[in-house]
Design a protein around this ligand. Structure first.
Ligand code: GDD
Ligand code: MG
Length: 370
């Protein structure tokens, strides 16, 4: 069976990280997020994958090539103008050979694809949508079902007074190619707001497949951090790399940690890093390769991408530093701050409360007390 992965969105809610890297290519642990979805496909015997790209398409091809390194066959189809979710699939129709899967490219999940496809066939369904339960459904598409599991309605991103169920569209579909017949070619078209509600009106059999499998849309900085915490807590299949120097602390090759530093798990530190004396890394941290961390630094619940430098006595708490960020001394970065790639944060700054620093910003010493 083939899978189409939608990876063309701009990932605006994850800016500044997505200004330079498309959301599905952001590092999750030590690899692009998309590798997790490709590995999920492989676990269920799906090796023929079509990537529907629009935003920064070259980043995908440069990394994955034809997919053979990962043991899959990748086909790239790029839109000149973004065609929205359904338009993007219409755009790859010529490659489809029968029943196929569609994935939103920003969902971390361990969904049982084999069971999903079996359910689709057993029901004689034309559209089967995987569903999950979330606490706040208002950021998603609601999909209420009848007793037989047939879809009754689509309510996309409702206000609280229109919340009719806690079952939401989990962003994985099994589809029959014939449902694309009426979709206009080459113009933006949405599954959630257009095609699905229309098919429902015409009486096409459409089913929901509720699942308790791990599920997370990584589309905001908070969710992106959460994805790391969940992998560190082993809620998602992942093979930890490096040496486990003490329980749940993994360290890559050629990394030098001062004997006077303290590292608590779960934490992963990439290869070629240096960690200075009296520095404390107190759990839920993922530090990328070649990072230099000074003395007396405190890092907790944070994700630090490759090639960052953090000066003495600085703190990074519950925050994200993109690739190549340089942090001076006595800088406090906390509460969901996101610093874009290549930025330099001078000494004695304070970055808090979800502040977002654009890539390549030069922040003079003692400018921000946010
Ligand atoms: N090729 C292409 N072209 N891909 C696109 C385009 C486009 O024009 N627009 C969006 N995508 C891709 C994004 O890259 C992403 O992987 C996926 O389609 C979904 O887009 P999001 O922007 O992340 O949508 P959402 O999270 O707000 O809502 C969707 O996902 C929810 C589950 O996470 C909807 O499907 C909701 O109904 C659903 O609950
Ligand atoms: Mg999303």
């Amino acid at each position: 069976m083939q899978a189409v992965i939608l990876v063309g969105g701009q990932g605006t809610r994850l800016r500044p990280l997505t200004l330079t890297v498309p959301k599905p290519m952001l590092p999750l642990m030590d690899r692009p997020f998309l590798v997790f979805q490709i590995e999920l496909c492989k676990r269920h015997g799906i090796r023929d994958i079509i990537l529907s790209t629009a935003y920064l398409p070259e980043v995908f091809e440069e990394y994955f090539g034809d997919g053979s390194r990962l043991g899959v066959r990748l086909t790239y189809v790029t839109e000149d103008e973004p065609l929205d979710t359904c338009g993007a699939v219409k755009n790859v129709e010529r490659y489809l050979e029968g029943t196929f899967l569609v994935f939103n490219g920003d969902v971390l999940t361990d969904l049982d694809l084999t069971a999903l496809v079996a359910y689709h066939r057993q029901k004689g369904s034309k559209v089967t949508i995987s569903l999950t339960r979330v606490e706040d459904p208002t950021a998603y598409g609601l999909v209420p079902l009848d007793r037989q599991g047939r879809i009754r309605e689509f309510v996309e991103k409702p206000s609280w007074d229109r919340v009719v169920t806690d079952l939401i569209n989990a962003g994985t579909y099994v589809l029959e190619p014939e449902i694309l017949q009426e979709v206009p070619e080459g113009e933006p078209y949405s599954f959630e707001r257009q095609l699905f509600p229309q098919l429902l009106k015409s009486g096409v059999p459409m089913y929901g497949f509720p699942s308790d499998a791990y599920w997370l849309d990584i589309g905001t900085p908070g969710k992106y951090l959460q994805a790391h915490y969940d992998i560190l807590a082993r809620k998602v299949p992942y093979e930890f790399q490096g040496e486990e120097i003490k329980p749940s602390v993994w360290v890559g090759e050629e990394t030098e940690i001062s004997p006077e530093a303290t590292i608590f798990g779960p934490t992963v530190i990439g290869r070629g890093c240096r960690i200075g004396a009296h520095t404390r890394i107190s759990g839920n941290c993922v530090i990328g390769p070649r990072c230099h961390i000074g003395e007396g630094v405190h890092i907790e619940g944070s994700v630090v991408h490759a090639n960052c430098r953090i000066g003495d006595e600085s703190q990074v708490l519950g925050s994200i530093l993109a690739r190549g960020v340089e942090v001076g001394r006595r800088v406090h970065i906390s509460d969901g701050a996101v610093v874009g790639s290549g930025s330099r944060i001078g000494d004695d700054n304070e970055l808090r409360k979800g502040i977002r620093v654009w890539p390549e910003t030069d922040l003079a010493p003692s400018t921000l007390r946010f």
